[in-house]
Design a protein around this ligand. Structure first.
Ligand SMILES: *Cc1c(COP(=O)(O)O)cnc(C)c1O
Length: 339
């Protein structure tokens, strides 16, 4: 099977398992796991934040961020395709008692223009707008990335309006690779940021919230309260560290493969794709003559797994365990089924 459903389906390589087995560990609830402590320092430094906290999931890192930046009854602005709005159950309402206000942007992205005149809270019957939550790259938005300029203008708008900015950077690795952004740029525009080690980087578990030392100290307390205090997680931190060292540089290959498949899709008469929307490792495209579900079944019969993303829409996602040989097979099957 060639599994293009998600970049979460990667499995730890023998070398990754080796560093996991050899990791020095301790009890992280006591702050005594040297491997996770080193990783938190390294990633915080990489992105220019004061501190970081390892979390079991990206959802927890996002929700800790929402919790830190709001009080009960506040409002968080988010693009309507956002992960925090669509794929984290109702966590923000349950855990932080805030309103997520979805806005229609472009390919999962907000813009400073869109945000004009929608800040609320002057009247006592209105929710208080407190946070802008951005995603880079966008998941449901097809892996699109913000330019540095777009981020800088949203950040300036946030500052002018006394709003905090959270950046869901589950795939910030893909975004910084595609836009050639220096990682420390993100700490200049965001108050909190989440990153995932288990997407395209290929670690089995783990995310991180990055912010000021004060926020991270509070996040540690909340993580424990939410049941996310963990013990000898050096074995997971070692996998994450390995992923950053050895798999991050491979992302550009995933992007190249996504581009190559996009060109084939564009040439298939039974398919349509907006070539400009393919910026990273994710492709979202439409099938014309069959439903998305039927197309998925046909592809599965040929040994290729994709996910339906709408009645006529499919998503394919590249990751480092999809080889050029796999890509050749996918190209020829697409041509055969939809050409
Ligand atoms: C995967 C993902 C997350 C985190 O998901 P978990 O499954 O909780 O680790 C957050 N944001 C985006 C954009 C994602 O793609």
């Amino acid at each position: 099977m060639i599994d293009l459903r998600s970049d979460t389906v990667t499995t730890p390589t023998p070398q990754m398992r080796e560093v996991m087995a050899e990791a020095e560990v301790g009890d992280d609830v006591f702050g005594e796991d040297p491997t996770v402590n080193a990783l938190e320092e390294k990633i915080a430094d990489m992105f220019g934040f004061e501190a970081g906290l390892f979390t079991p999931s990206g959802t927890m890192a996002n929700q800790l961020s929402v919790n830190l930046l709001t009080n009960q009854g506040d409002e968080v602005l988010i693009e309507e395709k956002g992960h925090i709005f669509n794929y984290e159950s109702t966590a923000a309402s349950h855990l932080s008692s805030v309103l997520l206000r979805p806005l229609k942007g472009n390919k999962g992205k907000l813009s400073a223009d869109l945000l004009q005149d929608i800040i609320r809270g002057q009247q006592e019957w209105e929710p208080k707008t407190k946070v802008i939550a951005l995603e880079n790259s966008t998941n449901k938005g097809g892996g699109c990335c913000y330019t540095e300029q777009e981020l800088a203008s949203i950040s300036a708008f946030a500052t002018q309006n006394d709003l905090a900015l959270h950046l869901d950077g589950a795939r910030i690795w893909n975004a910084m690779t595609a836009t050639q952004t220096e990682p420390r740029f993100y700490s200049r525009i965001a108050d909190t940021m989440s990153v995932c080690f288990s997407k395209g980087l290929g670690a089995p578990v783990g995310s991180m919230i990055l912010s000021s030392q004060e926020n991270i100290t509070e996040a540690r307390r909340m993580r424990k309260m939410w049941g996310g205090g963990m013990r000898q997680i050096g074995i997971l931190a070692a996998a994450a560290d390995f992923a950053v060292e050895y798999h991050l540089p491979k992302l550009k290959e995933d992007h190249r493969r996504a581009q190559e498949l996009a060109k084939v899709i564009d040439e298939c008469s039974g398919l349509s794709i907006d070539l400009e929307s393919v910026e990273t490792n994710i492709l979202i495209f439409d099938v014309k003559n069959v439903s998305a579900r039927e197309a998925v079944k046909k592809l599965a019969k040929q040994g290729i797994k994709l996910v339906p993303f709408g009645p006529q829409t499919l998503r394919a996602t590249f990751h480092f365990q999809i080889t050029d040989e796999d890509l050749d097979k996918v190209k020829s099957v697409f041509d055969q089924l939809f050409g």
